[in-house]
Design a protein around this ligand. Structure first.
Ligand code: ZN
Length: 152
């Protein structure tokens, strides 16, 4: 079956999803505080995943067609973001690691080049990086990626 909360195809263990540790048939209003926290973090992870899909499709395409960036660089950025989107929706630990590395590099580049940005686009980049790090790099999210919630 597919878990309602983490959207993974799973075999339940004693009624619990092995990935997110929630009970797929339990209604949200009956959730405990900890269960609500896990659900909120899952929503955050999927939000960030789809943000990567958006980045891969819209700004990258604009960079490609406006000849602002070399075409190869725009394509690489698009492919990398699709890859991160795909791995994050699978809640893969590899995706988590690549995403964190991506924010680190992207954040550094944005900070270093902020004075050259025309419309404050680098500031937006830094804010997105911080938001993504906040949503992904916390203990609950990390446990989801490591599949270590159930049994702990
Ligand atoms: Zn689940």
């Amino acid at each position: 079956m597919r878990c309602n909360f983490c959207h993974q195809r799973v075999e339940l263990i004693n009624g619990h999803c092995p990935v997110c540790s929630l009970k797929p048939f339990k209604v949200v209003k009956d959730f405990s505080k900890d269960e609500k926290k896990i659900r909120t973090k899952l929503i955050g992870i999927f939000f960030i995943a789809y943000l990567h899909l958006f980045i891969a499709l819209v700004p990258t395409t604009l960079l490609y067609f406006n000849d602002i960036w070399p075409k190869n660089l725009a394509i690489s950025l698009g492919v990398l973001n699709i890859f991160i989107w795909f791995l994050l929706t699978k809640l893969s630990l590899l995706g988590y690691r690549i995403a964190i590395a991506f924010y680190f590099c992207f954040g550094m580049v944005s900070v270093v080049t902020i004075q050259r940005s025309n419309y404050g686009e680098n500031a937006i980049g830094i804010i997105i990086c911080l938001l993504a790090i906040y949503l992904l790099a916390n203990q609950t999210s990390k446990s989801i990626f490591e599949r270590s919630l159930l049994g702990s």
